[in-house]
Design a protein around this ligand. Structure first.
Ligand SMILES: Cc1cc2nc3c(=O)[nH]c(=O)nc-3n(C[C@H](O)[C@H](O)[C@H](O)COP(=O)(O)OP(=O)(O)OC[C@H]3O[C@@H](n4cnc5c(N)ncnc54)[C@H](O)[C@@H]3O)c2cc1C
Length: 595
């Protein structure tokens, strides 16, 4: 097992060329299956386009306001900022600035969705707040400005906040788990869910305590509603480890293992008692190693061995994904249990790239070409089916080709499921269920919570929907031919001259004029170990003023390390007493030069 963990770490340092070459050698999809997957995916897109009237509001909204136009970016900025700006005056200034920069009239009438048009006119300033004037159809920009002047910024703020709440509400299935379950019982579309109690990145112990309680409560309520069904057939829970521990970083390994392992174990035991599934979401790449330590500790628990509900998400955009899947299978087998893996592509791509650049790391932890992530998804899917004795597979994607390719890869009678996010992918999966006989079950990842906890989740969804590389952003756009949206990613990848993205230099080579400063990968235990060893052999130094290259003599006295007062890393001469600035200068002058 340790060997597999070492392999995961080794492969994290691989160049993109090495990682992609390995991917291409790991694929299980043959030529014929590749053609069939493309044809099936095209037919799914065509079918979904033919039913565009049934398209949910959010799909239409995000297609009109993507990240590719100024107004879309303005809306995303407002959405992101409004949720966390505490004071009204700043919120007003932000809204005024963002609304003034857009050419809103360019969108009027562009979408056939009435709701989207309403939002274009006045960011959903409808009904009670404002009567829509037919004249605005011709000049929405002027109308927007007039409105801000006439109605006053506080009113616009109120309306914009309301609009953002509506957008947020599209992604959230209920404000409480009780409300979410009631909806799940009512609406067939959300009958099978993995509930996500909104909240992540706890900043304080109070936050963490609150999130822990909400997980415990949710498990109890979901378990009661599951009413004895098998874990894979009942609704389940997804948890984020970052919600449970404010210091969830490898630097705090000892503390994290002491606090987080017992908490995660308790949650797993509670879920096992009620026989519902518990999935640990995948977060940032520098937390992967630490998360595997925790999952390994939970998987060793003999009290829950017979429960097949322990699961984790694996991110295909990570260069280590295949190795992580092998490790999960080995862990499950060694502990005599079955586990589940939710295969995702990964939601933190932009921040992984940015963080690696800031830290000046030797390589990126993720692929830099979208098509490499798509191929990795297929390689991982094949690997998961190979481990079917130990792993129950869950494929979370909204991409028609990924769905079709998974169906091609699945062995006959394989037991697995697809997953989609609430508010996304509905049309596509409905089409798949219509076209494919015995289409597997589809579970909906269903966020639950209050508006104030939605921010991080909402921003990830807006980025995902708005990115022009994203499948959901383009697949309903009639302007883009289906053949352009659905392509065989393997051929595309094989055709590339360089696997690394030419416009994304390695973090060290970020600047043309100088080398980027070399940082440390604080998520790699081997790098941390080296750092600790270097610190432990560092001998105490003597410090003091150096003038003209000469260390001035003086009465050295030890100084203490403020972070560990018992250690004295350095000796410093006592500062000379200097009654006047000129005498101070004198004491700094070396004797040889003194007058
Ligand atoms: C049920 C469910 C659960 C989820 N749980 C998690 C989770 O626990 N952790 C998590 O991180 N995400 C999670 N996600 C989010 C998921 O990662 C994104 O929804 C997913 O990446 C979108 O992939 P797609 O196949 O739907 O779309 P596609 O449009 O085919 O793929 C988009 C993805 O490609 C990748 N990508 C984009 N540009 C590049 C590039 N230049 N180079 C390399 N890769 C690129 C990114 O991963 C991006 O998200 C979950 C999603 C679902 C549906």
């Amino acid at each position: 097992m340790n060997d597999l963990r070492e392999t995961i770490r080794d492969h994290g340092t691989w160049s993109e060329d090495q990682a992609v070459t390995r991917l291409l050698h790991s694929l299980e999809l043959t030529g014929g299956a590749r053609h069939r997957a493309v044809a099936a995916a095209m037919s799914l897109v065509e079918g979904a386009r033919a039913r565009r009237d049934e398209r949910p509001f959010l799909d239409a909204f995000l297609q009109e306001f993507g990240l590719s136009n100024q107004e879309g970016i303005a809306l995303m900025c407002i959405a992101e900022a409004l949720l966390r700006i505490p004071d009204d005056a700043t919120a007003d200034r932000l809204i005024a600035e963002k609304l003034a920069t857009g050419d809103w009239s360019a969108h009027s009438g562009q979408s056939e969705s009435l709701f989207v048009n309403a939002s274009t006119w006045g960011l959903m300033l409808t009904g009670g707040i404002l009567e829509l004037d037919p004249a605005i159809k011709t000049d929405a920009t002027t109308w927007m400005r007039k409105l801000t002047r006439k109605a006053g910024e506080p009113l616009v703020r109120l309306a914009v906040r309301r609009a953002m709440r509506i957008i947020g509400g599209e992604f959230v299935v209920g404000r409480s788990i009780e409300e979410a379950l009631a909806r799940s019982a009512r609406e067939a579309e959300v009958a099978l869910c993995s509930f996500d109690m909104l909240g992540e990145g706890a900043r304080t112990l109070q936050d963490a305590e609150r999130y822990l309680k909400s997980y415990q409560h949710a498990i109890a309520v979901i378990g009661a509603a599951a009413a004895g069904r098998e874990p894979h057939e009942a609704s389940s829970i997804s948890i984020k480890l970052s919600a449970l521990e404010p210091r969830y970083t490898l630097l705090q390994h000892e503390r994290v293992m002491r606090r987080l392992v017992p908490q995660t174990l308790d949650l797993a035991r509670q879920a096992a008692d009620l026989n519902i599934q518990l999935t640990i979401d995948a977060e940032e790449a520098d937390r992967l190693d630490l998360s595997l330590d925790i999952i390994e500790a939970v998987a060793k628990d003999s009290a829950t061995r017979d429960w097949p509900g322990l699961g984790l998400a694996v991110q295909a955009y990570g260069k280590r994904a295949l190795d992580v899947i092998d490790w999960v299978a080995a862990t499950a087998r060694q502990n005599g249990r079955r586990m589940s893996v939710r295969l995702v592509k990964g939601a933190y791509w932009d921040s992984e790239i940015k963080r690696s650049q800031e830290r000046g790391l030797p390589v990126y932890p993720v692929y830099t070409r979208k098509v490499a992530t798509d191929v990795s998804y297929l390689a991982c899917a094949g690997r998961l089916f190979n481990h079917a004795d130990a792993i129950y597979s869950q494929f979370a994607t909204h991409n028609a080709h990924s769905i079709a390719a998974v169906l091609e890869l699945a062995p006959a009678k394989a037991n697995f499921e697809f997953q989609r996010l609430h508010g996304m992918g509905r049309l596509l999966y409905a089409e798949a269920a219509r076209k494919v006989a015995n289409f597997p079950r589809v579970r909906v990842y269903a966020p639950v919570g209050e508006h104030k906890d939605l921010l991080a989740y909402l921003v990830r969804r807006l980025l995902e929907n708005g990115a022009n590389t994203s499948f959901v952003n383009r697949f309903m756009d009639e302007q883009v031919p289906v053949a352009e949206i659905v392509r065989d990613p393997i051929s595309e990848l094989e055709r590339l001259e360089s696997f690394a993205h030419p416009r994304l230099p390695l973090p060290a080579a970020l600047y043309a004029e100088r080398r980027n400063s070399r940082g440390m990968d604080l998520g790699d235990p081997r790098e941390l170990q080296t750092l600790r060893e270097e610190l432990s052999v560092r001998s105490a130094v003597t410090a003091g003023p150096i003038v003209n290259g000469v260390l001035l003599p003086g009465n050295a006295h030890p100084t203490s390390n403020p972070a560990a007062v018992s250690s004295a890393p350095c000796s410093m001469p006592k500062a000379p007493r200097s009654p006047t600035p000129s005498s101070h200068l004198k004491t700094q002058t070396p004797k040889s030069n003194a007058s």
